[in-house]
Design a protein around this ligand. Structure first.
Ligand SMILES: O=P(O)(O)OC[C@@H](O)[C@@H](O)c1c[nH]c2ccccc12
Length: 252
């Protein structure tokens, strides 16, 4: 038994070593700049996602680094990686693997509510993290935002409603705001949600529309509302290949 456990530990240590060496050589890249520099309109943040609480397993053959490499080739501006284990079947090792594979900025998609998770994110090589307004007070959000920036991490601040947005803006002005089209009670998505909230976002802040983006029609709609970027997971993961998914979305 001990032998078996030690074998397992060796595997875990190899992963840890990858984390450490990665931290030494990793090149930081900016999500903000990548969105601004993208030729695609809106820019694409392509998500690597195995499963979700509402849909169960989305992709059986799940090799995050391979998927991310195809996203990069396909013209994505950045990669988002789900690292939550319990509900999304992700892992921090997925982010480590993706960061090693691509030169695009990598967003850590998780439920970050504590400074220790911010430190962990910096440590595993994330360039940016998601902060969900619904998960904490605006003061706490601001505190984590500042802490993340001190550790060289950008933040995508996610809101679901105009009320949440106003509460955040009363406290501070984030660089990047994500509007989640998914209603967290019903799990239904609607891109009109983005249009309704985006008009309340001041100039200068980059706006990202998240969740439930399915086709070229959605994309054109969001473009007509001057959305800077879209965050797409499921549609790309269900396409015959990630690259094909991007072609289908952008209609090229
Ligand atoms: O797979 P979709 O519908 O394209 O959605 C991607 C992304 O927006 C979604 O995964 C997401 C948005 N905010 C989150 C917060 C936590 C976990 C996941 C998410």
């Amino acid at each position: 038994m001990l032998q078996q456990i030690l074998e397992q530990k060796k595997e875990e240590i190899t992963k840890l070593e990858t984390c450490y060496s990665l931290k030494r050589d990793r090149k930081k890249t900016s999500l903000y700049k990548a969105i601004r520099a993208s030729e695609a309109s809106p820019a694409l943040i392509a998500e690597v996602k195995k499963a979700s609480p509402s849909k169960g397993t989305i992709k059986e053959h799940y090799v995050p680094a391979e998927i991310a490499a195809e996203y990069e080739q396909g013209g994505a501006a950045a990669i988002s990686v789900l690292t939550d284990q319990r509900f999304f079947q992700g892992h921090i090792a997925d982010l480590v693997a993706v960061k090693q594979m691509v030169s695009l900025p990598v967003l850590r998609k998780d439920f970050i509510i504590d400074k220790i998770q911010v430190l962990e994110s910096a440590h595993i090589g994330a360039d940016a993290i998601l902060l969900i307004a619904a998960a904490m007070t605006p003061q706490k959000l601001h505190e984590l935002y500042r802490f993340a920036h001190e550790h060289d991490l950008e933040c995508l601040v996610e809101v679901h409603s105009v009320e949440e947005l106003q509460a955040v803006l009363n406290e501070f002005t984030p660089e990047l705001i994500g509007i989640n089209n998914r209603d967290l009670r019903t799990f239904k998505t609607d891109v009109n949600h983005t249009a309704a909230i985006a008009s309340h976002i001041p100039e200068g802040i980059l706006t990202v529309s998240e969740s439930g983006i399915k086709d070229t029609e959605d994309l054109h709609f969001l473009r007509s509302h001057s959305i800077d970027a879209i965050l797409v997971g499921e549609t790309l993961m269900r396409a015959s290949s990630p690259a094909e998914g991007i072609r289908m979305l952008y209609g090229s």
